[in-house]
Each structure stands twice: as C-alpha cells, then as structure tokens.
Design a protein around this ligand. Sequence first.
Ligand SMILES: [Zn+2]
Length: 379
Amino acid sequence: MTEPRVTSRDFASFGPATLDLIQPVEQLTADLLDIFSVSGEETRLADAVQIALEGIGGLEITRDGDSLIARTHLGRSQRIVLAGHLDTVPLPRAEGSLGTVPSVWRNDEGEQVLYGRGAVDMKGGVAVQLALAAHLANPAYDITYVFYDNEEVASELSGLARLMRHHEQLLTDADFAVLLEPTDGVIEGGCNGTIRFWIHTEGLTAHSGRAWKGENAIHKMADVLGRLAVYQPQTYEVEGLAYREGLNAVQISGGVAGNVIPDTAGVHINYRFAPNKTLRQALDHLQEVFDGYELDFVDQSPAARPGLDAPMAASLIASVGGEPKPKYGWTDVARFSEIGIPAVNFGPGDALLAHTDNEHVKAREVQACYQALATWLTA
Ligand SMILES: [Zn+2]
C-alpha cells in the first residue's frame, strides 16, 4: 500500500492566482503559503511569481521550467544575487497540524504568527525577495532575483543547478549572493560539505549449522564500525567561524535468513566536512580513514567557505549587525561558491522549525529581514 499523496490538484482553489507585491510583506508571505508548491509541483507558484514580476517592469525576466531569473539593468558597478527556492517539503501527515496549506494566522502571546508549510523554509524569504523587487526604486546595486524549483529533493533535480547550466552568463556576473534561507535574522556564512558512501564486505554463504564452511561478511564489518566508533570528529575554524565535522554510519544492511552465514554486508556512511577542505581533500581523508576498503559513493557535495572576507559581506554584516554564525547544514550557497560568487545565508525564521508539522514564522521576523535588506541595498 502506498500513502495517499497530496497533490497541487487538491489545492487548486486555494490562494490568489496573482500576487499583490505591494501589500505588507507578512501578508505576501501568507499568500505564497496558500499556493501549494511541494517539490515537482511548483508551476502554479512559478506562474504567479512570473506574472507579478512582469507587472513591476524594468526587469529582464528569464523562465526555465519552474525557475525564474529577474535582473535589473540600472548600470550600477556591482551586482547582487538574492536567491530563494519556491518548493516545499510534503505537507504534514498528522491530523490537525497547523503547518500545512492553506496558512493560518494565530496570535501567540501578543505576536502575529503565520503557520503553514513553507513558513520558514522558505516562503518568508521569497516574500522578502518579491517585496524588495517591487519596492526598491533606486538600489545602490544591480540585483539579480533568482527563484527556483526542486531544492528539497535530490541534487540532480535542483532548479538552481539547472539555471547555472543553462543560463550561466545571467548568474556569474554577480559580485555577491544572499540566499534567503531561514537563519533567524543572523548572517550565516558558508556551509559544511557532505559525502555519502557505502562500504561493502564480502564473505561466503554456508548453512549456519556448518558455519566453518563459510565466511561471515557481517563479522568482517566490525573493523569498519570500529574505525567509525573511535573516529574523533574535528572542529575547524574558517574565516573566524567554527565548523564542526561529523563522520557517521547512517544505515546498515546484511543477512539473508536466520540459518545462513551472510556473504555480504554494507554500511552507509555520511561525512560532513568543514570548508577548510576541498571535495578532493575530503575524499582523500576518507580513503585514509578507510584504508583497504573500496568506497562506493552515493553523493558528493562540496563545502562553501563563509565568504565573510568579501567586501560586500562586510558591508552586509555592518548593516545587519549581530555576530555571523557558521551554517552546518548544506545549502545552495555552495553552488554559488562553486561558480565563484561569495554567498551567505540570511533569512527570516528559525531553521529548526523547517520541515516540522508546526512550521511557522513571526510577522515581525519577515518584516525585520525585509527592512535589513532594504536598508543595506539602498545605503
Ligand atoms: Zn530551504
């Protein structure tokens, strides 16, 4: 039996077909939440965003699938990317969850709080991007607004990666990028890289009543697990931020039946590594740790340096205030970093609420993020 899947068709009647970008940014966030856009079903939202951007005028708009690039041409000497993904993770399964579609406003201890799927990850950020596009008549920089699909799913589906493949020239002329993923209103620099791989051990099957005839592949795995158990993950400082690493078994498999000596076993391992290493150096480190074993790679994503030494980052930090922090989870700043654009995360809402059944953002948080970026971009 498969789970009944909630699709965009179930929500076709919810939400406005067009978006009013001039309304208060927290109301705009609510309108975005009301448009169902689970990964792979972003078309209705991408259409609404495109129509709204076309209505502003003065933007060069490029659509690719359900991703959009909108560029100002004001003749400024520097250009900034403001980027955000349009998709969300699937809706909560639990009955009565508030963090779903459509959104709900609640008054929590005197604060206006917006509940709904995507409230923090990351339609609050997308609302800020759209409100800036509509309101900033005379920014100090040219701006490239990027909205993309399929961030919450496998890397090969990424709308941002596709935009970089198809429209590289529309992205690489930027000097700096801000990704509006939720960071609780502080600047988060860079991100850890991530590598996943399997190690397999081989043996020889036999009846477990005559075990001496076989070779137990699960027992052979003990050496790999032993290396993991004694491994001391390090913390590295990069541009003043401390990045904690991790090397962990995340899955294990092996065994055929209760009376068979297993001839194969596998362990799935995830390495989260600091941005003091390139992908190559991280891979070399793993080859050392698991010397003698073949590593069967599933996924390899580079880390991103914090980019806080970029002059633009310094001006953003000065404008926003507060202490920058490291980002542990992998985000698309790494993709910008790969094409040579320093990038930071800065967006409204608490990232710990992302993907929860209770996803919500405070009106105040979205307003504050909008204000901070509007001030910086016009200074
Ligand atoms: Zn996100």
